[in-house]
Design a binder for this molecule. Structure first.
Ligand code: ADP
Ligand code: MG
Length: 229
């Protein structure tokens, strides 16, 4: 039943997203078509057209890539995973990007192993999304702090950055698709993140942000979820 329910939730989520995605992909498609017409009807070829077309194709590609990570068929579904190992793997993965941006990843992680019942690749995606956003918000470098503590029957994980902070207009709509402040952003990362956390036995995600001070994302996951809830 758990599996069937999950499939349903995913399907309905995909349905909601489809409309937005169709809309978002139609824009670059329209402009691609327009430039093709221009090229067909003009005698000299303008290289600027190709440049723009190239960028529009990149944009479509990044939207599709972000969606694919989310809809990848799940072979394994839920397993018990030591959350500390999962976090450490993600940090290792993000380290090169951090170093390139003069960012130090500082960790403060409970040493006693904590097992979480989760879909491993989805939880990894969550922390990749959040750390990636943190790095992208810290152009001048600095420190990203990753805390993991056990609090009763829950594990609390925080990603704290010293970046630009989230503008109020974006914060208001955080989690809605396609709200991005980045030239090459998709505005899908937080939406995907929210849905994964919600699907993990009603995990919670909250955000606190101060302009020019930084942003803290806090994720709370139950350690022993009630499997019938
Ligand atoms: P994307 O990263 O593709 O823009 P996301 O859904 O990951 O999409 O993020 C949406 C927007 O939220 C970002 O464009 C950015 O404006 C804001 N945001 C998210 N995380 C942070 C952060 N840690 N610091 C500052 N802004 C952030
Ligand atoms: Mg992002």
């Amino acid at each position: 039943t758990e599996e069937i329910l999950l499939q349903w939730e995913k399907l309905s989520l995909m349905g909601q997203m489809a409309a937005g995605v169709a809309h978002e992909i139609r824009n670059p498609m329209t402009s691609l078509k327009g430039f093709l017409q221009l090229i067909k009807s003009s005698k000299e070829l303008n290289n600027d057209y190709f440049e723009i077309m190239d960028l529009e194709i990149d944009r479509i590609e990044s939207i599709i890539k972000e969606l694919l990570t989310f809809s990848k068929p799940q072979k394994t579904l839920y397993t018990y995973v030591t959350i500390q190992d999962l976090i450490k793997q993600v940090i290792l993965l993000m380290e090169p990007q951090a170093v390139m941006n003069s960012i130090h990843l500082k960790t403060n992680i409970e040493t006693k192993p904590i097992e979480i019942f989760c879909i491993e690749y989805q939880l990894k995606q969550v922390f990749i999304n959040l750390i990636k956003n943190a790095i992208e918000a810290m152009e001048k470098g600095g420190t990203i702090t990753i805390n993991l503590i056990k609090q009763g029957e829950e594990v609390v994980i925080q990603i704290i950055d010293e970046g630009t902070g989230i503008p109020p207009c974006i914060l208001e709509k955080l989690g809605e698709p396609f709200h991005t402040t980045k030239e090459n952003g998709t505005g899908l990362g937080i939406m995907v993140t929210n849905n994964i956390i919600k699907n993990h036995h009603k995990g919670k995600i909250t955000v606190e942000s101060q302009i020019n001070e930084g942003t803290t994302f806090t994720i709370t996951l139950p350690i022993k979820p009630k499997l019938d809830s």
